[in-house]
Design a protein around this ligand. Structure first.
Ligand SMILES: [Zn+2]
Length: 388
């Protein structure tokens, strides 16, 4: 083959690699930091301060720390001043920069003054009413845009029905996003000693539109007096930023196999929640943190070679007949890392699993075949060598 043909082949390969199989990159060289709200949109308002100001202070500090400690990383911001940026533009900035990560920084609020705690979101369909409320509040920023109907179509941030579009959302970056979110959540808890509301999923427009691993952080409740005091305190804003930067470094080290040193958190004058409340019921639905090994992966109770079809993966542990199975019966699941993998079929022969795949693809076009040997996942090619 001549050089020209080789080049063409290479271009084609690169094209399909990017288009058909979007994957988190193995180098982290660009990050977009998104300070939520701004300008005419104050975000949540506390008794003394506004969410937009806390978000910006922490975002700028995170960017500064990343630039100082990871000189190989380019840091971009969706805003560096107190200006209104449409949700639509925030994700566009990240996509135009071809960033490797997107981190959106927010503060939570609630009508209940006692609501408290830190939570980190990844994109997905909410599992609980309280997660839907967080997404509604953050998506409501789009209503401040004059031509909102043109940009967001029929999506109404206040209508639960609008969120149905997120139920079919299959995110190629989910696993990476959960990895980063778990590290951020762990570091923020160490810094704040706030209640652990854990890593959660909900439909945030800004995350929905970015083509890279992405998270949305709710630093704490600005509607809670104790947490507001902490969030408005410049020394704790630096500590929060340090925690996020350290989580970023941990993630980057993991992805790249590097060993960039973590930074020391500055002392925080005060801020511990004095009245820790019991964990809410939704914690049962939360995503499993990366470092939580308390519940190990159950081995599949199968012997010999078994083929299955994976229809989708989700951080959520779904029950029998969940609507997300789109009416398919006999869906089984197993846990791998942070994700539950949902499967169809238990076939001894490759020809039989191909029939299952055909059926699965009518509802889940991205479904694919996986194989197990004595309950342990093995490459399908290896399984076929053993069965044929
Ligand atoms: Zn917000």
């Amino acid at each position: 083959m001549n050089t020209k043909k080789w080049f063409l082949l290479l271009v084609l390969f690169a094209f399909f690699n990017v288009q058909a199989f979007p994957q988190a990159k193995d180098m982290i060289s660009k990050i977009v930091i998104d300070a939520g709200h701004g300008g005419d949109d104050p975000g949540a308002v506390g008794s003394r301060g506004k969410e937009k100001d806390v978000n910006l202070a922490v975002a700028l500090e995170v960017g500064k720390l990343i630039s100082q400690n990871c000189p190989d990383v380019s840091v971009f911001y969706t805003r560096k001043t107190d200006v209104f940026i449409p949700l639509y533009n925030r994700s566009k900035i990240a996509n135009d920069k071809h960033a490797d990560l997107f981190i959106s920084i927010h503060c939570n609020s609630s009508d209940s003054k006692s609501a408290n705690g830190v939570e980190t979101f990844v994109m997905g369909l909410h599992k609980t009413a309280s997660n839907l409320e967080v997404a509604k509040k953050e998506n409501a920023a789009m209503l401040l845009e004059k031509d909102y109907k043109n940009k967001y179509g029929d999506f109404n941030p206040n209508s639960p029905e609008s969120y149905v579009i997120f139920s079919l959302y299959s995110n190629a970056y989910l696993e990476s996003s959960v990895q980063l979110a778990s590290k951020v959540q762990k570091n923020l808890l160490k810094c704040t000693h706030f209640r652990d509301r854990q890593v959660q999923q909900a439909g945030f427009w800004v995350l929905h539109k970015v083509a890279m691993p992405s998270i949305l952080i709710e630093l704490g409740f600005i509607s809670n007096k104790t947490e507001e005091d902490f969030l408005l305190n410049p020394s704790s804003q630096k500590a929060l930023a340090t925690s996020i930067c350290n989580a970023f470094i941990e993630y980057k080290n993991q992805v790249e196999g590097g060993n960039t040193a973590l930074i020391t958190a500055p002392a925080v004058t005060s801020g511990k929640s004095d009245e820790p409340t019991p964990a809410p019921s939704e914690s049962a639905n939360s995503l499993r943190p990366v470092d939580d090994t308390s519940e190990s992966t159950p081995a599949l109770a199968t012997t010999g070679i078994v083929y299955k079809v994976q229809i989708f993966a989700s951080p959520e542990n779904l029950g029998k007949n969940d609507p997300k199975y789109l009416g398919l019966e006999g869906v089984e699941k197993y846990q791998e890392g942070n994700l539950w993998k949902y499967t169809l079929g238990n076939e001894k022969k490759f020809a039989d699993v191909q029939v299952v795949l055909k059926k699965a693809k009518t509802k889940f076009p991205d479904a694919f075949i996986i194989a197990f040997q004595d309950g342990k996942k093995i490459p399908v090619t290896e399984a076929r060598k053993l069965t044929e």
